[in-house]
Every structure is written in structure tokens, then in C-alpha cells.
Design a protein around this ligand. Structure first.
Ligand SMILES: Cc1cc2nc3c(=O)[nH]c(=O)nc-3n(C[C@H](O)[C@H](O)[C@H](O)COP(=O)(O)OP(=O)(O)OC[C@H]3O[C@@H](n4cnc5c(N)ncnc54)[C@H](O)[C@@H]3O)c2cc1C
Length: 445
């Protein structure tokens, strides 16, 4: 009889690890506290629109860790992806094409020619370096290199960081940025393309994985919150759900942010204070205000536009141009977003003010914006990614997948050891953790 594996959380991290284990014939049970799968990528419907949690696109298109897992599971054909390749920057001097390669970069009208050459001198060697080498830069900030550049080129970097990391350059580790450059480099097998599920709703990825788990004798319990993980004699003994039911288990995988789990799901004596302190340092999240605007017509055919310079809005895009299936044919969906301080994400007055500024900016770029506007839906998110790509807190400095003194306990998700962006890092953590769980199961059977 094979050991039953209990996974906590049905976001991209929990579902990818659950699927990989189910594929190898292990009995998997996933507990999700919400009424649907997807975690932070869960989508909702609102006034006949499919709305994601703000801005959600898949980095690295078919070279993403998510796609790699779907291929391992032989179900990549189930995910229909629309390419997101009509991206532009907007500055006071107008729209500029987003550079996807060397020739685009040399033609980037946003910055002077001499700056483009300087930029290439920085980015090219970075894109051809080794992954191992990037680890030497993990404690440095990206601003180590951008501070040497002129104002316009710096502003360009800020916009690229918003697109890739939903954060500002000073919060991004140079090592993590370099890994992104390597993965975007087509000459090293990468791609700088982005994707979005063409039927609408980023949670399509999670729903496909949910189907896979269930088709492979796995169970997913929705509305099932885990309140305790029981550890005895340094081994996992089981989990307790909110209603008090005990489930015996030798193997538990936690997929929610590690600092939340460590502080809430265990008795006080499981981890020492030093360890808890270290894990709590990872609690540095990006917060954003994002607004869905429904318009009565298309006011731009570009898919994404990123403002460069002194704008409140740091990123906005037109998702109905990526796939019209997210909204009724007579409407057009636009999303505007900007990073904020976590306390601002809870301040209604501040959010209102940000939204007003965004609308003024959109009206100055698109004179028809205000008169085309049907409704708006502002949302504030305190937890975007579990770990900001901050210097010193990336890649192997994140939460380990396994803890030496607790047998049978594993961690996946974007707060755990992995590289990549958002959902890609959550999936990457599962790729890295999977062999560790298999080894444990083999040794304990
Ligand atoms: C507004 C916003 C925009 C973003 N944009 C992008 C983007 O464009 N591209 C991108 O790649 N990423 C983006 N991200 C980040 C991305 O959503 C996350 O990195 C990713 O979804 C994390 O997946 P995860 O499985 O690690 O965690 P989660 O999705 O948080 O999954 C954890 C799950 O555990 C459940 N859970 C928690 N506690 C318990 C418990 N006690 N018992 C049972 N279940 C529990 C939660 O409900 C949740 O479903 C964005 C996030 C936000 C919020």
C-alpha cells in the first residue's frame, strides 16, 4: 500500500506538485481552503467579464516551468495559449515597441542611440553567462548597474522591471534579473515571450491540473482549511482540518507561503526561534492596486502598454486584445496597475486617489478613455508574490523544500527555493521538490 500524500493548497504550487506525484501513481489528496482552485491566480466572473486577480500573464510562454510540467504530464495540448507579443512602452514622446531581441534594442526609440549601445554592452554578456555565475550576484541590487546609466535608460529599466517582476529596480536582485535575461535569450533556448490562456481566465492552468489530479485517482477537497499539522518524534503524523477531523499522514506538502504556514500551522515547539526568524524575513511582499476598466469600444489594439517616466500607473494592459473571450464582444477590458506600499493597499482613501490619477493619465494618453468608460473595479492586493525578488532573498536563500529535523514535511510554492517569476517560480519549486519527495517515499515504503 503506497503512502497517501496530503498537499495543503490548490494554487499553482500545490497543483503542480500534486500532479507530478499523481502521475507516478501516488495517492494524492489536496486540501484547499477556498471554494475553487487557483490560489492567487483564481479568476472570477463579473458583469459577464472573466476577471483575474489583476494583471496575470505567463512569463516565458512555452519555455515556462508551468509548460514544462504540462509536457511531463502529457497534457500540454489541453492549454490553449494566446501569445502576448504586441507590447509597447509609452513615454511623453509617444509609443515605442518593446524590444525582444538585439535588433529591436538597437531600434528602441525610447532612448538615445548611444544609450542603446551601452545597454547592449550590459545585457548581452549577462544573457550569455551561466546560471551558476548569476548566484554570485544574488546579494546585489539591479541598481548596481542601472545607476551608471542615463535617466531615460534608467526609466526603461524601471518599466522592464514592472513588466517582469511587478516591482521597482531597487527591489530586484541582480542575480534574479540575470537569470531572467538568460531565460529570455533565444540563443540559449529561452524566450522573452508571454502568454495568456486563450479561452480567458488565468485559472485555466489550475483547472487543467485539477482535472489531471482527479483523473489519476487524486482527490481535491475545496472549502477545506487545514488548521494544524501534527509532528511527533520529528515525523509528520497527520493534519487536522478546520472542523477538527484528523487525517493520518506520513507525508505533507505545504504550498501556501512558508512564513504563513510556519507561524500558523504548527505547535510552538516544532521550530526553534532562530529558524522562524529566518523564515519570517521572507515576508516581504509586493503590494499593488489594479483596476479593471470596461470600455464600450477598443481604444488601442496593442496588448500591453507600459508607461515610462513619472506616471502613477506603472503598468497597464488590454487583455481583451490578447483574447476577446474575457469580455462580451461589445465591450473592451483594460487593466491598469501600480505597485504600492503594503499599508497603502489597505487605505481606501489612498486607493481612490490612485485610481483618479490613473484615469487622468489614461485620458491624457487616450482622449476617448473617459467617454468610453462603462464601469471600473479597483482592487488592492497585499500579497502578489510571496518573496519579492529582493537582493539576498532569491533562489537558494528562499525557504528550503525540506527541513532536516522533520521527516515527511515538504514545502513548495513561490516562497520556496526556485527562480522565475510568480507562477513560473511556483511551478519551478515543484520541479525541484518532486525528486526529494519521491526519494522520501521510496525510503519510507
Ligand atoms: C494581483 C496579482 C498579480 C499577479 N500577476 C502575476 C503575473 O502576471 N504572472 C505571474 O506569473 N504571477 C503573477 N502573480 C503571482 C502569482 O499569482 C503567484 O506567484 C502564484 O500564484 C503563487 O502560487 P502558489 O501556489 O505558490 O501560492 P498560492 O496561489 O497563494 O496558493 C496557496 C493556496 O493555499 C491555500 N491555503 C492557504 N492556507 C491554507 C490552509 N490553511 N488550508 C488549506 N488551504 C490553504 C490558498 O487559498 C491558496 O489557494 C500575481 C499575483 C497577484 C496577487
Amino acid at each position: 500500500m503506497r503512502n497517501r500524500i496530503h498537499v495543503i493548497g490548490a494554487g499553482v504550487g500545490g497543483l503542480t506538485i500534486g500532479s507530478l506525484l499523481a502521475k507516478n501513481g501516488h495517492p494524492v489528496e489536496i486540501f484547499e481552503k477556498m471554494g475553487k482552485v487557483g490560489g492567487r491566480t483564481a479568476s472570477t466572473t463579473f458583469k459577464n467579464h472573466i476577471l483575474d486577480n489583476g494583471f496575470h500573464i505567463m512569463p516565458f510562454y512555452k519555455k515556462s516551468a508551468i509548460f514544462e510540467i504540462l509536457k511531463k504530464l502529457n497534457i500540454e495540448a489541453n492549454l490553449n495559449l494566446a501569445k502576448v507579443d504586441n507590447i509597447a512602452f509609452y513615454s511623453d514622446s509617444g509609443f515605442h515597441k518593446y524590444p525582444k531581441g538585439i535588433s529591436d534594442l538597437l531600434q528602441l526609440t525610447l532612448i538615445p542611440f548611444s544609450s542603446r549601445v551601452k545597454l547592449l554592452r550590459i545585457l548581452l554578456p549577462m544573457a550569455f553567462t551561466s546560471m551558476k555565475k548569476t548566484e554570485e550576484w544574488d546579494n546585489l541590487s539591479l541598481t548596481e548597474i542601472t545607476k551608471k546609466l542615463d535617466v531615460n535608460t534608467n526609466a526603461f529599466f524601471e518599466a522592464v522591471c514592472m513588466l517582469a517582476f511587478a516591482d521597482t529596480a531597487d527591489h530586484i536582485s541582480l542575480g534574479e534579473f540575470a537569470r531572467t535575461m538568460i531565460r529570455a535569450n533565444p540563443f540559449k533556448g529561452g524566450t522573452s515571450e508571454f502568454a495568456y490562456p486563450s479561452d480567458g481566465g488565468y485559472d485555466a492552468i489550475s483547472r487543467i491540473l485539477q482535472g489531471f489530479v482527479e483523473d489519476n485517482r487524486g482527490k481535491i477537497h475545496l472549502n477545506s482549511q487545514i488548521k494544524r499539522i501534527i509532528i511527533k518524534d520529528s515525523k509528520v503524523e497527520g493534519i487536522i482540518t478546520q472542523d477538527g477531523t484528523f487525517h493520518h499522514s506520513k507525508c505533507v506538502v505545504i504550498s501556501l507561503p512558508a512564513y504563513q504556514a510556519i507561524n500558523n500551522l504548527f505547535e510552538d515547539d516544532v521550530f526553534d526561534q532562530e529558524f522562524i526568524k529566518k523564515v519570517n524575513c521572507l515576508d516581504k511582499t509586493t503590494a499593488v492596486v489594479e483596476v479593471h476598466f470596461a470600455l464600450n469600444r477598443k481604444i488601442d489594439s496593442k496588448q500591453i502598454v507600459f508607461p515610462v517616466g513619472d506616471f502613477t500607473t506603472k503598468g497597464f494592459f488590454f487583455i481583451s486584445n490578447i483574447t476577446p473571450s474575457v469580455c462580451p464582444p461589445w465591450e473592451h477590458l483594460m487593466i491598469a496597475g501600480t505597485p504600492v506600499l503594503p499599508e497603502e493597499a489597505e487605505n481606501q482613501k489612498k486607493i481612490k486617489q490612485i485610481v483618479e490619477n490613473m484615469k487622468n493619465e489614461l485620458s491624457s494618453i487616450y482622449p476617448d478613455f473617459e467617454k468610453s468608460l462603462l464601469w471600473e473595479r479597483p482592487m488592492a492586493w497585499k500579497l502578489v508574490e510571496s518573496v519579492v525578488k529582493e537582493p539576498g532573498m532569491v533562489w537558494k536563500s528562499k525557504m528550503p523544500h525540506q527541513i532536516s529535523h522533520v521527516e515527511g514535511l515538504f514545502f513548495v510554492g513561490d516562497s520556496t527555493i526556485s527562480y522565475g517569476i510568480g507562477t513560473d517560480s511556483a511551478a519551478h519549486s515543484s520541479i525541484l521538490c518532486h525528486p526529494k519527495i519521491e526519494k522520501f517515499l521510496q525510503n519510507s515504503s
